[in-house]
Design a protein around this ligand. Structure first.
Ligand code: N7H
Length: 468
């Protein structure tokens, strides 16, 4: 039969999860750690296993079951410092300078707030992320019980917490999808996980939408991998993994929408606020894209996978009537804004597979009343790609934080910053379709409190090279 799809299970498919724990660690005994790694390898989830698990979940649901199947998935990834610590030469991964310097050294350039400058810059991060992080275990599953059991199993392999320990915990962060009907929605209320790259040869019947990309956009060593020199064998079939600890000021976001309804004639104040939210994201909370449903939500469109990602800003290249240039989904995947220019600019190498999960509690009554956040919540942002420099870092720095992107061939207005994740002088144009030049200024709604850049090796790389 055909070769199995490359890479471990989280890259091409995404580990099924209701909850996910990130265990960040430092290696304290290299020799023990490397030999113990062999015992972890069988726990790392393959793509084949994920596909089987997904099918089992589907069949279980089809039979009318409302309970969750017990399910657990594991992945491991190393920072550059981690690879260096165990003596793996990763200097030939250099098409990725961001990976080599690490996220802390990249934080100022990503626009994170902090003190000092240049080499002395210290981001305002959770103190755990100011420490050296060598690696991370990602453990996903149906419940805290299942995930904790698997995490304990992993920790026991390395004798974590005992005098024989070969690694020590830096921090553990737990993410949970939201309860009930909101389970697929992020904390601002928008449906997430709709648009991820379709992979040629893997997604056999891709839904209409952005151009499918070759596997090498997500998996190293395959067609489309932007590496300029061949990957060493241990680094084939892996992927670069970005983690960002992003807090969301939800009550403040809601208050902002309330205070700034889009003044479209015929809409109530409330509808105007809802429209503003949709125009900041580029989709309604339902997931319906505003390029196709500009002034009124369309839940049927939102629920139809054949239509809900099939928009290209095609009629809008120089305009922002339907969708602001700076809307989050337009900034982070500009589609025809670049791909239909003459000559076209391909966005293939800028695509990412997003695998994040929410963290923190639902907004409380008190927070709703005061309009102020008092419990930390947000997104454990996670994504895979074959070049952090071309993909995540490029999207954040050159698109989200860049006021002049995207701009059509003769766009009349300066777009401004991505209103969700843009860092810098936070304002954008285009929120009012009848007065596109009008700019709205906004406070930070998303605050970065940490992160790291990682490489997640294939099982073969893990067993044959990283473990001895
Ligand atoms: Fe974004 N949000 O909840 O509003 N994102 N994002 N993101 N994001 C997307 O189409 C969100 C962040 C991308 O192909 C949707 O699946 C929030 C970072 C990309 O059309 C929603 C945060 C980066 C896409 C959100 C956050 C990106 C995307 C629409 C932070 C990269 C696909 C759902 C707390 C630097 C675009 C969907 C496409 C979609 C939200 C962060 C990138 C609702 C709250 C840091 C590439």
């Amino acid at each position: 039969g055909p070769a199995p799809p490359p890479g471990h299970g989280d890259i091409l498919s995404g580990l099924p999860k209701k909850t996910q724990s990130y265990f960040f660690f430092q290696i304290t005994n290299v020799t023990s750690f490397r030999s113990q790694l062999l015992q972890v390898a069988p726990l790392v989830t393959t793509v084949a296993q994920v596909l089987k698990d997904r099918k089992a979940i589907e069949d279980h649901k089809k039979k009318g079951n409302t309970t969750l199947l017990t399910m657990v998935g594991v992945n491991i990834a190393f920072s550059h410092k981690g690879l260096a610590t165990i003596g793996i030469d990763d200097s030939n991964l250099t098409s990725d300078n961001n990976f080599l310097i690490g996220q802390k050294a990249d934080a100022q350039s990503l626009g994170d707030k902090g003190t000092g400058d240049g080499a002395n810059f210290v981001p305002d991060w959770d103190p755990a992320f100011l420490k050296d992080i060598h690696g991370v275990f990602l453990i996903s599953g149906d419940s805290h019980g299942t995930v904790n059991k698997r995490l304990d199993q992993v920790k026991n392999i390395f004798f974590v917490g005992s005098s024989k320990a070969s690694i020590k915990e830096v921090t553990t962060i737990v993410g949970d999808v939201r309860p009930g009907k909101l389970s697929a929605h992020e904390h601002f209320g928008f449906l997430d996980g709709i648009s991820n790259p379709s992979i040629i040869g893997f997604d056999n019947n891709p839904n209409p939408g952005p151009k499918p990309v070759p596997a090498g956009v997500l998996v190293t060593g395959h067609e489309g991998d932007p590496a300029t020199t061949p990957r060493p064998e241990w680094a084939v079939d892996g992927s670069f993994f970005v983690f960002r600890y992003l807090f969301q000021n939800v009550p403040e976001f809601d208050e902002y929408l309330k205070a700034n309804p889009v003044p479209v004639p015929g809409l109530t104040r409330e509808e105007g606020s809802e429209l503003l939210g949709a125009r900041l994201v580029g989709r309604w909370k339902s997931g319906a894209p505003i390029d196709l449903a500009p002034f009124k939500d369309d839940p049927e469109l939102a629920a139809d996978p054949k239509r809900n990602n099939n928009f290209h800003f095609a009629a809008e290249r120089d305009f922002q009537k339907n969708c602001p240039f700076a809307a989050h989904v337009r900034k982070t995947n500009p589609r025809d804004d670049l791909e239909a220019l003459t000559p076209p600019i391909s966005t293939q190498k800028n695509r990412i597979a997003r695998r994040g999960v929410q963290f923190g509690p639902e907004v409380t009554k008190e927070e709703k009343q005061s309009g102020k956040t008092s419990h930390g919540r947000g997104l454990l942002f996670a994504c895979y790609q074959t070049s952090i420099t071309d993909a995540f870092a490029f999207i954040q720095k050159s698109w989200a934080n860049n006021a002049t992107f995207p701009i059509g061939e003769q766009a009349p207005e300066v777009p401004g910053l991505d209103p969700l994740i843009g860092q810098g002088d936070r304002k954008l144009s285009g929120t009012d379709p009848n007065n596109p030049a009008k700019e709205l200024t906004m406070p930070d709604f998303v605050i970065s409190r940490g992160g790291e850049y990682f490489f997640s090796p294939s099982l073969k790389g893990l067993k044959k090279t990283l473990a001895i």
